[in-house]
Design a protein around this ligand. Sequence first.
Ligand SMILES: Cc1ncc(COP(=O)(O)O)c(C=O)c1O
Length: 505
Amino acid sequence: MHRLPGVRERLEDEYTRIEQMVRTRLHPYEGEMPTFTRLPERGIPQQQVLEWMTRLRERETPAWQTGHVSGTVYHGGEEHAAFLSQVYALHGQSNPLHADLFPSTVKFEAEIVAMTASLLGAHPIDDPSGGRGSHQTENDGEQGSYQTDPDLQIVGTVTSGGTESILLAMKTYRDWGRAERGITQPEVVAPVTAHPAFDKAAHLFCIRLIRTPVDNQFRADVKAMRRAITRNTVALVGSAPSYPHGAIDPIPQIAALAQEHRIGLHVDACLGGFILPFIERLGYPVPPYDFRVPGVTSMSVDPHKYGYTPKGLSVVLYRGRALRRYQYFTYTDWPGGLYASPTLPGSRPGALSAAGWAAMVTLGESGYLEAARRIMETATTVRQGIEAIPELRLMGVPLFLIAFTSDSLNIYEVLDRMAARGWRLVALQRPPGAHFAITLRHTQPGVAEQFLNDLRSAVNEVKQGKATSKQSEGMAPIYGMANSLPFRGVIDEVLHRYLDALYDL
Ligand SMILES: Cc1ncc(COP(=O)(O)O)c(C=O)c1O
């Protein structure tokens, strides 16, 4: 007698389907290139390896180079990339852990931090006004002290990416809370839209992360944050802007709350830190978000996004030298010697800092300003085009990252149809939506227009109920499931299987 498949069997079938889909996507070169599960007995000639590498690069480059991908590669210009590779090669052996051997990396990293801080409201020594911006801060009129007063100085360290910067800031507040307030069960309050790196930090450092709702523009609900504060709260979090919707949280209000409770405020400007200052200078309305706002005590900023440096470079900044101390790790009793490291890893690639520094000084303010101008012009075209499609609706008030949804169509089906046309957008959930982060790749002639043409066609197809040619490979069913299933464990299992698939040969 046949038994109807139970929930468990149906789930297993669904898992298998998703696994197969993920596998074909993540391992597309099977059969095309040898697979190594152990070292080759004899080394393979360099020429052969270079041939393989070139082939892989040629397969993977067009999608982002032609501007079909949201975010991801923020500059990608051939000349810029070739120059950075040249600098990387020059410093390929350097390791900042051995600062005495490679003092050039000390110079590069200290200057990366100083240049980044000066963009975000720290006053450079030779120009107390910072040459920009008009937000009033309680420190106006005493700017000189920014450089001399250790409590006001904006200091920081270089890290490997936005996640590490956020992890370190959260560890810093945990240790600050313990040392200065006797808080042994630290809590951090963050809007639901803040990056999952905050959850990762909470998980790793035994912090309780309290997520609070956002308003109808996807900005932090400050009242909800106020209600979430307890005597164990060590810090609040805001984003400038948030990854999902590109919304800038009301930083001055959150900062006032932080000051009232004498706790930290971390502003996550991983995405915005290298573009918002220039968007502001271009005259677009940018609400206050950086160290010019009293009460902002730390920031994470990613040169490896809109700073156009190679991947693997971020900066974490603090107001005051004392706060940065809580980030450091030192060990004095190791037989291997005295050990001191400012961030999470030990050895690090000094070449990344060399290339990052080189990107910053070759682009200069004028380069970043021009890039921001082009990006904002393209973003305006894309935004207006989306606004003109009746089935779509913008989510929040976009600047350079445009989030949208649909009240009448399944937005994930629209995304799948865009994928079939070669476009890679980001799917949002809770509520369903999509976003497209505009980069320099999209400012190439015709890209925005092509995007909008394809978006209109995709919407029309979904409206007419046309099936995609490869329905079973689309993301719509997975996101449909993620949005509708109350059992997060099932989705979690899918994610774990995805991670397994990364390393399964
Ligand atoms: C707002 C924001 N914060 C943090 C991160 C994490 O950065 P990373 O991927 O470099 O670790 C991102 C990445 O997109 C981001 O957009």
